[in-house]
Ligand binder design. Structure first.
Ligand code: CUA
Length: 321
């Protein structure tokens, strides 16, 4: 929680660690630059022809030297790899409790959806000290969700979900950018992240954000309305006209497939099954479901998934995927 490092605040739990790795890399490349430049200057001087160097018996090999120039870079690269992987896993943990927030990038804005209902455009409100898990996707091209003060950056890719965990450590307002060129107004695709005390955040959840029609609904309630409006309940409901898999308790469960094998019913699988129902047929069911591509956009998809999740979550202990 220092205001150091080129005066950019370290406003997330991981910021100091990322700065540590970054400074290590800067220091390391500085050392290499110094070493190579010195060697160039020294060798140019030492073996200049005016000094008449002895070139009569060049050594055919030098085992120690060769082992050193192989072993030392290998060790240094291994350190960088392990250090970087550790930080990556901190940002993409496999388990642990987190507050989900859904983010859809589109030309040229960030749309944020809280499961409790509030929606935001080009802003993200989060409580301080709590682990937040962003689930990101894009409506069109690749965007990149970037908060420099948190030292976090994650691509939002059309056609898939990516995730990013962070924990803000002090209240304040921080810049949010898109860090992937996504068309001429790319520069204007940004906003702010507002970190609030937990009580103030709860108040904001109840009263803030987009207060337009439906703002009092939770994401799952909005998803339930889409589920009915799209006619999903005709097959997946209580008295179906077509035999379709039950959706209660589906989220987080392993689903046996027609072609053999299992698939975990996570956000990505549910989305794929709604847009491309023929790709992974659940064992024992006919491949009769139509695709909903073009009928449900990415925001509505997140609402639908939240609804399916509200029907029963098989994940235990807050396990993530
Ligand atoms: Cu979105 Cu750049």
């Amino acid at each position: 929680m220092r205001n150091t490092f080129f005066s950019l605040p370290q406003a997330s739990a991981i910021a100091g660690k990322v700065d540590g790795l970054f400074l290590f890399l800067i220091g390391l490349t500085g050392l290499i630059l110094l070493g190579i430049s010195s060697a160039i200057v020294f060798l140019s001087w030492r073996y200049h022809k005016s000094r008449e160097p002895d070139r009569s018996a060049p050594p055919p090999s030098h085992l120690l030297l060769e082992a050193a120039w192989t072993g030392i870079p290998l060790a240094v690269c291994a350190v960088i790899f392990i250090w970087g992987t550790k930080l990556y896993l901190d940002m993409h943990p496999l388990r642990g409790k987190a507050r989900d927030v859904y983010v859809v990038g589109m030309q040229w804005m960030w749309k944020v959806q809280h499961p409790q209902g509030p929606r935001e455009i080009n802003s993200l409100h989060v409580p301080v000290g709590e682990r937040i898990r962003l689930v990101l996707t894009s409506e069109d091209v690749i965007h990149s969700f970037y908060v420099p003060a948190f030292r976090i950056k994650q691509d939002a890719v059309p056609g898939m979900y990516t995730s990013l965990d962070f924990q803000a450590v002090r209240p304040g307002t921080y810049h949010l950018f898109c860090a992937e060129y996504c068309g001429s107004p790319h520069h204007s695709m940004g906003g702010e992240v507002v970190v609030m005390e937990p009580a103030a955040f709860e108040h904001w959840l109840a009263t803030g954000g987009d207060r337009g029609p439906g703002a009092s609904e939770t994401l799952a309630q909005r998803g339930a309305a889409i589920f009915r409006a799209q006619g999903c309940s005709g097959c997946h409901g209580v008295s179906p006209t077509v035999r379709a898999p039950a959706l209660e308790g589906l989220y987080g469960r392993s689903v046996p497939l027609q072609e053999g094998g299992l698939v975990l019913a996570d956000e990505a699988y549910l989305r794929e099954s709604i847009y491309f129902p023929q790709r992974k047929i659940a064992a024992g069911y006919a491949p009769v479901m139509p695709s909903f591509q073009g009928r449900i956009n990415e925001e509505d998809m997140l609402a639908l998934i939240a609804y399916l999740r509200s029907l029963g979550d098989a994940r235990k202990n807050g396990e993530i995927q």
